[in-house]
Design a protein around this ligand. Structure first.
Ligand code: ZN
Length: 199
């Protein structure tokens, strides 16, 4: 064992750092689901299910994992916490405006929308339903394999085609329709498709 290994083991765990090898997508989503289930305002969570990802309009902010928390205080003020899928994501402003519009339409006049940057959003936050919706929409969901997660690289080939489910595919471009997606093409059905990058 090297000295540096010993030193690493003695360091306390910093809870705000992502620990991809210690968590799984299932555990990450279960923690989110628990928070929602324990909320004393389930109607607010349900209301915000109507707010969709501006880039993938079938996917709610909840299923995407961008909607982190919803609270209501004794003065009936609503506080919503969102986390961007990556810092500088241009869709975040649209998401904030859409949340505000949804609250206003439901008659909430007093609300705050907070942006949380840490812990950072990862593709683990996607709900199982969200993964299915992405695939049905023609976007390959991020790999769930923890080795791929550790590498955090977009593969060059072998992402399952969301149209015909062949894995005879190759990456055409590091960037798809948005910066958080890569463009792939299926060599069997010839369809191009977006792959939601592992973050
Ligand atoms: Zn295909």
């Amino acid at each position: 064992m090297t000295a540096s290994t010993v030193k690493t083991q003695r360091q306390p765990i910093v809870p705000l750092l992502p620990m991809p090898l210690l968590s799984t997508p299932e555990a990450a989503f279960a923690a989110r689901q628990r928070q929602r289930d324990q909320s004393s305002h389930p109607e607010l969570w349900n209301l915000l299910d109507a707010v969709k990802d501006p880039e993938v309009p079938v996917l709610s902010l909840w299923d995407l994992g961008v909607l982190c928390d919803v609270q209501q205080d004794a003065q009936a003020k609503v506080s919503v916490t969102l986390t961007p899928t990556y810092s500088g994501c241009p869709a975040l402003e649209t998401m904030q405006a859409d949340v505000a519009a949804q609250l206003q339409q439901a008659g909430f006049e007093h609300y705050e929308i907070h942006i949380r940057l840490a812990p950072a959003w990862t593709t683990d936050a996607l709900s199982p339903n969200g993964r299915r919706q992405l695939q049905a929409y023609g976007i390959a969901p991020p790999l769930q394999d923890s080795c791929a997660l550790a590498a955090a690289l977009t593969p060059e080939a072998g992402i399952e085609c969301p149209h015909c489910h062949s894995d005879n595919t190759r990456r055409i471009s590091e960037f798809g329709s948005t910066a958080c997606k890569a463009l792939f093409q299926c060599l069997d059905c010839a369809e191009p498709f977006d792959y939601f990058k592992q973050l």
